[in-house]
Design a protein around this ligand. Sequence first.
Ligand SMILES: *[C@@H]1O[C@H](CO)[C@@H](O)[C@H](O)[C@H]1NC(C)=O
Ligand SMILES: *[C@@H]1O[C@H](CO)[C@@H](O)[C@H](O)[C@H]1NC(C)=O
Ligand SMILES: *[C@@H]1O[C@H](CO)[C@@H](O)[C@H](O)[C@H]1NC(C)=O
Ligand SMILES: *[C@@H]1O[C@H](CO)[C@@H](O)[C@H](O)[C@H]1NC(C)=O
Ligand SMILES: CC(=O)N[C@H]1CO[C@H](CO)[C@@H](O)[C@@H]1O
Length: 724
Amino acid sequence: MARARFLLHLLVLSAACVSTNAAATGFSFSRFVSADRGANVTVLGDANIDQGALQITPDSLNDAATYLTHKSGRVLYATPFRLWHREEAGGRHGSSSKLANTTAGGKRVASFSTVFTVNVFRPNGTEPAEGLAFVIAPSAEGPPAGSSGGYLGLTNASTDGDAANRIVAVELDTEKQPYDPDANHVGLNVHSVVSVATASLTPLGVQISPAAPATKYDVWVDYDGAARRVAVRVAVAGTAKPPRPVLAAPLDLGAAVAEWSYFGFAASTGRKYQLNCVLAWNMTLEKLPSGDDGGGRRRALGLAVGVAVGVAVGVAAVAVVLAYVCVAKRRKARSGEGSGSAITGTMIRSLAGGPREFEYREIRRATNNFDDRMKLGQGGYGVVYRGVVVGDHTSPGGVGSAVDVAVKKFSRASTQGQNDFLAELSIINRLRHKHLVRLVGWSHDNGELLLVYEFMPNGSLDQHLFTPAAGRQLLGWELRYNIVKGVASALHYLHDEYDQRVVHRDLKASNIMLDAAFSARLGDFGLARAIETDKTSYMEEAGGGVHGTVGYIAPECFHTEKATRESDVYAFGAVVLEVVCGRRPRCDIEGFHFLVDWVWRLHRDGRALEAVDARLDGAFDAAQAERLILLGLACSHPTPAERPKTPAIQQILLGSMPPPPVPPFKPSFVWPATDAGAGLDTMSTTAGTTTSQLSLTSASTWSGSFMKGSLRHAFEQEATDSLA
Ligand SMILES: *[C@@H]1O[C@H](CO)[C@@H](O)[C@H](O)[C@H]1NC(C)=O
Ligand SMILES: *[C@@H]1O[C@H](CO)[C@@H](O)[C@H](O)[C@H]1NC(C)=O
Ligand SMILES: *[C@@H]1O[C@H](CO)[C@@H](O)[C@H](O)[C@H]1NC(C)=O
Ligand SMILES: *[C@@H]1O[C@H](CO)[C@@H](O)[C@H](O)[C@H]1NC(C)=O
Ligand SMILES: CC(=O)N[C@H]1CO[C@H](CO)[C@@H](O)[C@@H]1O
């Protein structure tokens, strides 16, 4: 499947071959004056323009403790630049020579070169700290609160490492933190002040902030958008650009930063301070075509893919050869050593801000040698254990803290899928949202795969809704409403806010975990799916998996065998009704076999509120309940295009938009949908975003054998029911 889509993508791209237009844009500051402020630079936080230079942190003769220490500032060029765009069909850009690179991620990324002159001044008799950075930021916002000290005006204790920062920086660091090599280095930072690559400047004879005399340096940052690599050079100001970079590293700006981003500088001081001055700055940037984006192009791509499918048969032979060449090349490029899993492991290890890699014995110790008493659950994939690991800098409690985790241990029998799985992990590791269960880390020693998740003290939603254990309180209305809101916000993040558009594929009550505050955390991103066909999630009782999945699967999936954003919304609708009614989606009630049909009937009869969980004993907000019921039904619409989208769902839940009108009778399911392509995640999305086996939305693992068996039967039964 993935290969087929890759071929299609190739076809689409090769159909769009027109010579590249290497237009460039940029600017040049030989000095900075106050008139620049607001005109072409935005000065933020503790920054200032003074003495012909950008003073990223204050320059003052006044009392250091008040005016110079614990500061953070930023200065950004006033307008953002387009750093990447999705490579799509019908484009006037792109060339066949770029095929291999643009296909990775489906994006074209702009190259740029910049050089700036810095003077990091250390007042006589002081020790310098903390550092100055060249930054690419998603907005013209100032340095976050708490970004002084080691955070360099980039992040703070709560946001560091969060992919939502969408920040990339090249730091000139003058303070050694536990994660730094020394107090005089350059580092590449992606979403975090913990660099993904560092190089000491001391061997070059460069002292960022020398005791005396003060020294100006030129710093070159060159980014190759085609090769996705960055190179940094440093030399005494006025001397030639060195032939060899001091730091060179892979960097995919297409994945790391916002499409339109700001360039500039950030810096901070801590207990100790330095003056962080930028004296001059030149920048040239490849100008990406600014064509129309959004809906129009999306549809155009759908069309183009449609056409491509038409001609594919004829061209397939050529394309297969091409694809094999490309794939082989890519493999070769990636390898360098050993087997597939080693490659993938290396790949993950090199990912910025990703989960941490554990040693097998660390996990073994954490789970008391996988003691039975630590078992949380079991399924066909293996076993889930509870455990405690030692925290690192990414842990909320900091280095050395105790972190409660749930460890998913995959059984050996299913190792063959591990490479695909690890590849999928490379996308998952960048997802960060407060309503997603955090993947803390992983281990892949001796072919044994372990995934380490944040432990959720309150288990999963289904445990609270359906089988309240002894002593467990019934979930009150307010918590229920908040849980639905949390799930909606996580889904919106996956569908629309994250740049790669992820489809969860397996949304259900047993995959919605509850943290200590009973806030919803979406877990299990079809992670297990790449490995085995068992649908049991780790908190579920053994054997309940497949059964529990019925009722969450959208009707069209039985025909397309493909998960889409619309099918996620369908599952979300099922969850909403479950939460309101306290019943499973598949349940026998008053002659109906599915909860949704029963609720729809009550809705028709104007008795919808009677569907609310009787155990609440009337303790619920009627307006909210009605809103949820209508929303749940609207999301359960048999026609995918009729289901609300996540932005609307959020508005409805906030009460800022009325619930969608719901017809009195459940419309019947028609396939194929007459109105295919009306904003649907059909072929277009698949081709646009899933360009390799890496993607989560890949349908290759979706069509488990369960689809073809008795469940399809069960589902057709449902379709019939609803017609009755
Ligand atoms: C920045 O704006 C100032 C004031 O308008 C102008 O004099 C200067 O030439 C501009 N510099 C650049 C590099 O655009
Ligand atoms: C720096 O301080 C030292 C003593 O700490 C002093 O001898 C020297 O003259 C000072 N240099 C300057 C430029 O003030
Ligand atoms: C970090 O920054 C975020 C966003 O600016 C802010 O909401 C949060 O309060 C800050 N956290 C700390 C610890 O200062
Ligand atoms: C920046 O650009 C100006 C004008 O184009 C040039 O004179 C200067 O040498 C450049 N600076 C560096 C460090 O290359
Ligand atoms: C044509 C082109 O620019 N190819 C580049 C694609 O990216 C790899 C590295 O990932 C480069 O080595 C190629 O030169």
